[in-house]
Design a protein around this ligand. Structure first.
Ligand code: G6P
Length: 474
C-alpha cells in the first residue's frame, strides 16, 4: 500500500538473528538512530525501509512485515555489499572522517561504487512505496546520495534528510575523493538536518566552496530555482517513557539487585556504549584505574561497570579496539582487583531497555566521554531515569549533548588528568549540588524530547517544501 510517510534508514529497528536452536528470530538493533526514530514511527503510522542486518545471505525471503505495530520493509544486502558499502565506505571511510579522524579513514574506489549502488537500491524502493506528494525522511551517513536519486525518480515528493552523526569541518571533509557527489546527493533534499548549528554551517560553507551554489545564512539557492534549507535539530529521547520505565516495580527491584550483586559499594560508575573507538572507553577506564592507584578510593568503595555493545565486528579498527579494551580491563582487574571485587565489571553484550533503565538507576556516576559524538542518547537516557534528581553525569564536551546538558561535569576526553579531577569531583560531590544539577538537566530533557525533535523537523520540512515548489512554478 502506498505510504504518506516513508522513513529510509540503513537499519530497521529489528535485526535478523539466528537463534541458538537454528531458527530465525528478531532482536532490537543497536544504536541511537533506531531508539530515536521508533517513537516517531509509532506516532505517525509510517513505513520504514531498512536493512535487517545479517551477513548478506538469504535475501530472497525478505517480505515486508509488521512488528510492534510498525510497517517494516526490509532491503537485503548481498555479501559484497555488506563488505564494501556497509563495513567499507560507510564505516571505514565516512565514519572516521565525520568523527574528527579519531581513526584513519581508508579510500577505495570499489567501496564507493558499492555505496552508489546500494543508495540507488534504497532510493528505488522508497520511490516505489511513497504515495503521490508523500514525505520521505532519509536518515544518516550511509544514505547521503538517496535524496537526489529519489528526487530524480519522484520530483513530487517532499524529501528530508537528517544526519545523526557530526558533519565535519571543510578541512576534513575535503579529503574525500567523492566530496562533490556527496554534497550534491544531500542537496536533493528540501531540508537537510544536523545535530548542531556547527554541522549545518559546515555544510552550507562546503556547498558554496565546492559546488559553487549561492547561499545565504541557512539557505542554498540551486540554479533550477529550488532552495534547500540546512538546520540544526538536536535529537532526543522519549523522556517520559524512560521516566515511567525507571519507576516500574520490576526496574526498581532489578536496580537494587544490581547494586547488591556488585557488593553494595559506596559509588557505582557506569559507562554504556557501542564498542566504538569514538567513544573514549579506553581513556575513561584508565582514568578510573589511576584514581584507585593514587589512593583516592578503593575497590571496596567503587566499581566501574562498563557495558560495551558489540558493533561492526568485521571492521578492522573495531577488532583492534576490542583487543585493546580486553587487555586493559584484564590488566586493571589483575593489578587492582580483590577476590569478589574487580575494579571494572566489563560486559560485552547488549541489553533490553528495562535492564538499561535498571543500570542507569543503580549508577551514581554516569561516564560518557566520547572523542566526538553527534549527540549521545545514553547521556540523555541516564538523566531521564534519575527520578529522584540524584546521580552525576560526567560528559565529554565533544558530544552534541554537552550543548544542552550544561550542568554535567564537562570534560575534555583527551585530558586524562582533567578527566580524573572531574570523576573525583563527581564522586565527592554532596547531595545538594547533585540535585541542583540533575533537576536542571531533567527539565531540559523533558522539554526537548524526541517528539519535539520530530515535530520541529517535520514542520520545517513542510514549510521549506512549499516555498521551493512555489519558486519552481513561478
Ligand atoms: C549510530 C549511527 C546509526 C547506526 C548506529 C548503529 O547511531 O548514527 O546510523 O545505525 O550507530 O551502528 P550499526 O552500524 O550497527 O548500524
Amino acid at each position: 500500500m502506498p505510504a504518506d510517510l516513508v522513513i529510509v534508514a540503513n537499519r530497521l529497528p529489528v535485526d535478523r538473528v539466528t537463534q541458538p536452536d537454528g531458527t530465525p528470530g528478531w532482536r532490537r538493533s543497536p544504536g541511537g538512530l533506531v531508539s530515536a526514530i521508533e517513537p516517531v514511527m509509532r506516532a505517525n503510522d509510517g513505513t520504514w525501509i531498512g536493512w535487517p542486518g545479517g551477513d548478506g545471505s538469504g535475501e530472497d525471503d525478505l517480505e515486508p512485515f509488521e512488528a510492534d505495530g510498525m510497517q517494516l520493509v526490509p532491503i537485503g544486502l548481498e555479501q559484497d555489499e555488506v563488505e564494501l558499502f556497509y563495513e567499507g565506505f560507510s564505516n571505514a571511510t565516512i565514519w572516521p572522517i565525520y568523527h574528527d579522524l579519531v581513526a584513519k579513514p581508508e579510500f577505495h574506489r570499489v567501496w564507493w561504487d558499492s555505496y552508489v549502488k546500494v543508495n540507488q537500491k534504497f532510493a528505488a524502493k522508497a520511490a516505489s512505496l511513497a504515495s503521490e506528494g508523500a514525505t520521505v525522511w532519509v536518515h544518516d551517513y550511509q544514505l547521503q546520495l538517496v535524496p537526489q536519486m529519489l528526487r530524480d525518480l519522484r520530483p513530487d515528493l517532499r524529501i528530508g534528510f537528517y544526519l545523526h552523526i557530526p558533519f565535519p569541518p571543510a578541512e576534513l571533509f575535503q579529503q574525500l575523493p567523492w566530496r562533490r557527489q556527496i554534497l550534491e546527493g544531500l542537496l536533493g533534499a528540501d531540508l537537510v538536518g544536523f545535530q548542531l548549528p556547527g554541522g549545518a554551517a559546515n555544510f552550507v560553507r562546503l556547498v558554496r566552496q565546492r559546488v559553487g551554489h549561492k547561499t545565504h545564512r541557512d539557505l542554498v539557492y540551486l540554479p533550477d530555482g529550488r532552495t534547500v534549507r540546512a538546520g540544526a535539530f538536536p535529537i532526543s529521547i522519549d523522556a517520559a517513557g524512560y521516566e515511567k520505565l525507571a519507576r516500574t516495580e520490576s526496574v526498581v527491584e532489578r536496580s537494587a539487585e544490581i547494586r547488591k550483586a556488585l557488593g553494595n559499594p559506596r559509588k557505582i560508575f557506569l559507562g554504556i556504549d557501542r564498542l566504538d573507538y569514538t567513544k573514549g572507553i579506553y581513556a575513561r577506564l584508565r582514568a578510573f584505574a589511576e584514581l584507585i592507584e593514587d589512593g583516592h578510593f578503593d575497590v571496596e568503595d567503587a566499581v566501574f561497570v562498563q557495558v560495551a555493545v558489540p558493533s561492526r565486528e568485521q571492521v578492522e579498527q573495531y577488532r583492534i579496539l576490542r583487543d585493546d579494551i580486553d587487555r586493559l580491563v584484564g590488566r586493571i582487574n589483575g593489578d587492582l582487583g580483590r577476590i569478589g571485587r574487580p575494579a571494572i565489571s566489563y560486559l560485552h553484550t547488549s541489553y533490553p531497555r528495562e535492564e538499561m533503565a535498571a543500570l542507569y538507576s543503580a549508577a551514581d556516576i554516569m561516564v560518557v566521554t566520547p572523542y566526538r559524538d553527534g549527540m549521545n542518547l545514553v547521556a540523555k537516557e541516564y538523566v531521564a531515569t534519575r527520578t529522584e534528581n540524584d546521580g552525576a553525569l560526567v560528559l565529554s564536551e565533544f558530544a552534541g549533548a554537552a550543548d544542552e546538558l550544561r550542568q554535567a561535569w564537562l570534560v575534555n576526553p583527551y585530558d586524562l588528568n582533567g578527566m580524573k579531577s572531574a570523576l573525583l569531583e563527581a564522586y565527592r560531590s554532596d547531595d545538594k549540588d547533585l540535585t541542583r544539577r540533575m533537576k536542571a538537566m531533567r527539565k531540559t530533557i523533558q522539554k526537548h524530547d524526541v517528539a519535539a525533535w520530530a515535530d520541529s523537523f517535520m514542520t520545517e520540512l513542510a514549510a521549506v517544501s512549499h516555498s521551493s515548489h512555489a519558486k519552481t512554478v513561478r
